[in-house]
Ligand binder design. Structure first.
Ligand SMILES: [Zn+2]
Length: 205
């Protein structure tokens, strides 16, 4: 089969991947490296994998300057990594908000556990990072048994805020396009953190 998608090289590990699989960066007019998660900003792009280790290697080996073929402002790794994580969180949050508007969200531990038990088309479950251990374990166990991918993400306050509600420690997303988009984003987020955002039930296995 001919390869239809152009390949790009990660500045960190030098691995070749399709553009879609990589994180794009551009240089702003002031010479600052800016992550471009939507891959929409104009100008020459540089790429890394969605992995903190690859970003780190690219920064340490000054690969951004080489890729952009000009002077770039010193890249502060911590700052760049924080920016990337924040933008990934924003993307996940916006998908959640859209799913909520479309009526595809079940929230609250009891409601979610009931939906999972009854097999009501739940596509993925998210538990807040600060969920109580007891509830967290129960939900993760039930989701695992049902073969539903489960992720830790944000805290109770933020999840509730996104849904226009009070604190919510557990949410489930019911079928549809939102599930695929969210799975993609959450996997990337987890990969970037190198296991920091635990995908308790790895859907890729
Ligand atoms: Zn890489």
């Amino acid at each position: 089969m001919p390869r239809l998608e152009p390949l790009r090289t990660c500045l960190g590990c030098r691995g070749e991947k399709t553009k879609r699989e990589l994180l794009r960066y551009v240089l702003d007019p002031a010479g600052v490296v800016v992550p471009d998660l939507q891959a929409k900003l104009p100008g020459r792009g540089a790429y890394t994998c969605y992995r903190r280790g690859c970003v780190e290697a690219a920064v340490q080996r000054r690969q951004f300057a080489r890729a952009f073929r000009c002077e770039v402002k010193d890249v502060a790794l911590q700052e760049l990594a924080t920016q990337i994580l924040e933008r990934m969180e924003e993307r996940i949050a916006s998908y959640l908000a859209l799913a909520n508007k479309a009526g595809k969200i079940v929230s609250g531990s009891d409601m979610v556990m009931e939906a999972v038990r009854k097999g009501r088309g739940v596509g993925l479950v998210m538990v807040a990072a600060d969920v109580s251990p007891e509830i967290g374990e129960k939900v993760i166990f039930l989701a695992g048994r049902a073969g539903i991918p489960c992720f830790r993400f944000l805290d109770k306050d933020k999840i509730g805020g996104l849904l226009g509600k009070g604190m919510r420690s557990v949410v489930a997303v019911e079928g549809g396009g939102f599930v695929a988009s969210l799975l993609n984003e959450l996997n990337r987020y987890g990969n970037f953190l190198d296991g920091g955002a635990v995908d308790e039930q790895d859907p890729r296995v």
